[in-house]
Ligand binder design. Sequence first.
Ligand code: BEZ
Length: 211
Amino acid sequence: MSLQLGDTVPDFTQESTEGTIQFHQWLGNGWGVLFSHPKNFTPVCTTELGAVAKLKPEFEKRNVKVIGLSVDPLKDHHTWSKDIEETQGAKLNFPLLADADKKVSNLYGMIHPNASDTMTVRSVFIIGPDKKLKLSITYPASTGRNFDEILRVIDSLQLTAQYKVATPVNWQHGQDCIIVPAVTDAEADKMFPKGYKKLKPYLRVTPQPNR
Ligand code: BEZ
């Protein structure tokens, strides 16, 4: 069965561009993003890895470690990383797993045989400090991801882990949040000192609590 939200993510040991990674130990006590891309020396993947390298400070600000994967050998990763730097203007600054034996890809269900039985799809896994899966998204090989969206989801996950709120459609950091239905009005009065608007008994809107 595929990995589901709330599952503890599988641990593994695999080679990477930054040495051998023992995954749970490497994650430590922070958040993690593990993402696969189909193949080295391919155009969309080249743009994605450059974009993630440029966003590294944004991930660090949120205490998130990022790690990529493809089913290619380590020596190819090193050669390709020069192309990434040359064409995208960003040096690979996070580890890229060399999963030529498909150990991690199979463990995480990153190969979808009816799409391709040799390449991984574009999987994204967001992992919490408890090593549990908080989000997974799958994109096809032909569509490059929007990593700003991944950061947006991390902002929501980190906020909702701390406060009894959820985030509405298209929410961005700093915007109003929704008080979760399990909280009574009496509790909300104490929990949300900035107040809230009650549009319906189940739809109560409050300013982002930690701003
Ligand atoms: C790409 O990264 O450009 C790509 C990889 C595999 C299939 C199609 C596109």
